[in-house]
Design a protein around this ligand. Structure first.
Ligand code: ATP
Length: 216
């Protein structure tokens, strides 16, 4: 079994996430891509995010487009709001799937920040890495990461994608009431509209509708 962890804030999940997962699944013959919304992203700590349950519900809708894609709760919020570290998530996945080939799927911007992650060398030992190109994050020079030749062999770059869609840009567009067609999976766009997410005053979203987690 070949399984990739695809962690992210997914606030909201968008065309870039889907494109990355589709390319990776094809190129590396993945059986499963686990879309795991993160409770608290350590490098984005302090930034306010849409409640986890909404992000999970949107990830569920996103995953419905491909049978290889599965929503995962493995990175759900920790007690006391502690940050979720990918090294712990990958270690947990390894325990859950002892004989699988594990991959970690990331965009180039995330991978280039690897030195700031907890235990970068262990991260490279726990999984093979699939890195998807992203505008503004060149992959031609990975020397700043100071990886050993053996670690570098576990890093696989897919440089054919250049999609500058981002969740930050989408949140801005949605708040401004601008067109987002083509940037979001249609079911996610509908979900956002139905629940009034990302409106200009969306900082006030504190309540989570009971039906949302199971919504497809
Ligand atoms: P934000 O703008 O809120 O920081 P984001 O668009 O980067 O969010 P995340 O949910 O933080 O989305 O990303 C999850 C993973 O998907 C990260 O590894 C990120 O690099 C990758 N990713 C997101 N968008 C793209 C894209 N357009 N191209 C390639 N990789 C992407």
């Amino acid at each position: 079994m070949r399984i990739a962890l695809f962690g992210g804030t997914f606030d909201p999940p968008h065309r870039g996430h889907l494109g990355a997962a589709i390319l990776a699944a094809q190129a590396f013959h993945l059986d499963k891509v686990l879309f795991a919304p993160v409770g608290v992203q350590p490098l984005k700590e302090g930034r306010s995010t849409t409640p986890f349950a909404h992000r999970l519900a949107m990830v569920r809708l996103t995953c419905a487009v491909d049978t290889r894609f599965e929503p995962s709760m493995i990175d759900s919020p920790r007690p006391g709001g502690a940050p979720n570290y990918t090294v712990d998530t990958l270690a947990a996945l390894r325990q859950q799937f002892p004989s699988a080939t594990l991959f970690c799927l990331v965009g180039a911007d995330s991978f280039l920040s690897l030195p700031h992650w907890k235990e970068p060398h262990r991260l490279l030992a726990l999984a093979e890495w699939i890195v998807i190109s992203r505008p503004g994050s060149p992959l031609n020079d990975l020397t700043t990461l100071k990886l050993t030749p053996e670690e570098l062999r576990r890093v696989h770059c897919i440089e054919t994608m250049q999609d500058d869609v981002s969740a930050t840009g989408l949140r801005r567009r949605l708040a401004a009431g601008e067109d987002t067609s083509g940037l979001l999976p249609p079911a996610v766009a509908t979900y956002i509209r139905r629940h009034g997410l990302y409106r200009a005053a969306s900082g006030s979203i504190t309540e989570y509708p009971a039906e949302a987690a199971g919504e497809r």
